[in-house]
Design a protein around this ligand. Sequence first.
Ligand code: BG6
Length: 489
Amino acid sequence: MTQTNSEPHDIRTSLMSPLRSHVVVLFGGTGDLARRKLLPGLLHLNRAGLVPGCRIVATSLEELDDDAFRALAHDACREFGRGTWDEAAWEEFAATIAYVPQGDGADALAGAVGRAEADLGGDCRRLHYLSVPPAAARQVIAMLADADLVERSRVIMEKPFGVDLRSSRILNAAVHEVFREEQVFRIDHFLGKEAAQNILAFRFANGLFEPIWNRNHIDHVQIDVPETLSLGTRAGFYESTGAYRDMVVTHLFQVLAFMAMEPPTALEPLAISEEKNKVFRSMVPIPPSQVVRGQYLGYRDEPGVSAESETETFVALRCEIDNWRWAGVPFFLRTGKRLAEGARIISIAFREPPKSMFPAGSGVGAQGPDHLTFDLADASKLSLSFYGKRPGPGMKLDKLSLQFALHETGRAVDVLEAYERLIYDAMSGDHTLFTTSDGIERLWEVSTPLLEDPPPVRPYAPGSWGPNAIHQIIAPHTWRLPFERAWRE
Ligand code: BG6
C-alpha cells in the first residue's frame, strides 16, 4: 500500500480549514457507540446547521439494506438523541444515509461514497470514522486503501489503539502506510467534554492557581470515574478489553495530562501534544503492586462472558509523574462498572499548612485537606473547599466551599456533546483535542509491567465502591468519593 494523498504536509496548513461538505464513512455503523453517540451526534450537528452538507455511508459486518439501517438509526436517535424529537428533521437526515455491508467489499464501498459525493456536488471531504475494535482497525485501513478513499480524507480512530505496546506500534505503522499523521484523529471523547477543556481555561487563563499547581502545594490528586453502568450489549468487546484498557490507558491518563502538563507555548495542537507527551514520558511505569483489579460478582454470568473470566471490571491504581513539578505527588486513579454511584471527578488535595495554631478539637483538618474538585459531568461543576470559621463564640472550624456550575453561565444549551464536538473538530482539521501516536505508545510502554504481570482480580459486590484493597493503595489518604457533602443545587 502506498501513500496516495497529495495534500500539503504541514499540519498548520490544514488546521481549522473552513468546514466543507463531508461524506462520513461510518465503520461499525450498527455498533453500540454508533447507536448511542455517533448517529445521534451527527443528527444534532445536522440539525444545528454546523456542517454545511453531509452524507453518511454506514457499514458493518451485518447484511442490511439502506432501509433496514435507517430504521436502526431512527430507533437509536430516538432513544439516545438530545432535545425534542423532530420527525421532519429526522426524515431529512435519514435521506442522507446509505448503508453498505462490509462484506460487499471495497468496490461497493467506493461506489456508495462516489454516489454520496455526486449528491453533494464536488468539493467535499471524506471523514472515515473507525468505530471498530483494535483487531479490526488494520483491515478497515486496508479496505480504505483498496477502495481508493484516502485522498481528501481524514480518519477518526476509536480507542483502545491496540492492546499493548507491540500491537499499538503495529497498528500505527499500518495506519501510517496509508494515512499521514495529520490525517489521523485518535479520539478520546473525555477530551471533548466541555469540563475537560475547562481545566485548560481554569489553569492557564487565571493567575491565581498556576503558582501553586505543583509538589510544593499539592499533596495528592485523585481522578475517580466510577460508573453504575454494566456492560449492556458490549460483553464481546469488554471481555478482551477490561477496565484498564477501556478507561485508564485512554480517558483517565488523558485527563491526567491536562491536569499535570506544563503551560503550552500556544493553544494549538502541536504545542499541547508536546506538553501532554512530556507528562507521559515522565510517568513512572505502573508497578503491579500499586494496582487493584476487581471484578463484580455476577460478571461471569453475563451473556458472552467466560465462566473463568479474569477480565477486570474495576481498577484502582497509584501512579507518579517523576518531573520537577510533580515528583513525589501520588496520583490515584479509579474506575469500574456497577459501582455505587456514577461520577467523574478530579480532586486536588492541597498540603496542610506548615503549622496549626488552632486548638485541639477546633475541627481543623478533621474533614480532610482543602480541595479543588473538577466534576467532569455533562453539567460540569467546580468546587474549592476550605476550612472557615463556624459562626458564634470560640473558634470552631467547618469545611465550606465555593462552587460554580456550568448552568450558571446561562449557556448550557450551547454545549456540544463530546462526540459532536470532536467530530466537528475533525471535520475542521483541528487536532487540539486529539491524541498522538507517540503519546499513545508511551502510555502502553508505562503500562507494560502491569499488562505483563497483572495482579489477580478481586471480587466486589455490585453497588459497592470496589474491592476492600482500594483503601490500602491510597492510605494514609482516603478516597474523596462518596462525597461527605452533596453539591449545592
Ligand atoms: C467509553 C467506555 O469510552 O466511555 C465505556 O468504553 C464508558 O465503558 C464510557 O462507560 C464512559 O463515558 P461517559 O462519557 O459516559 O462518561
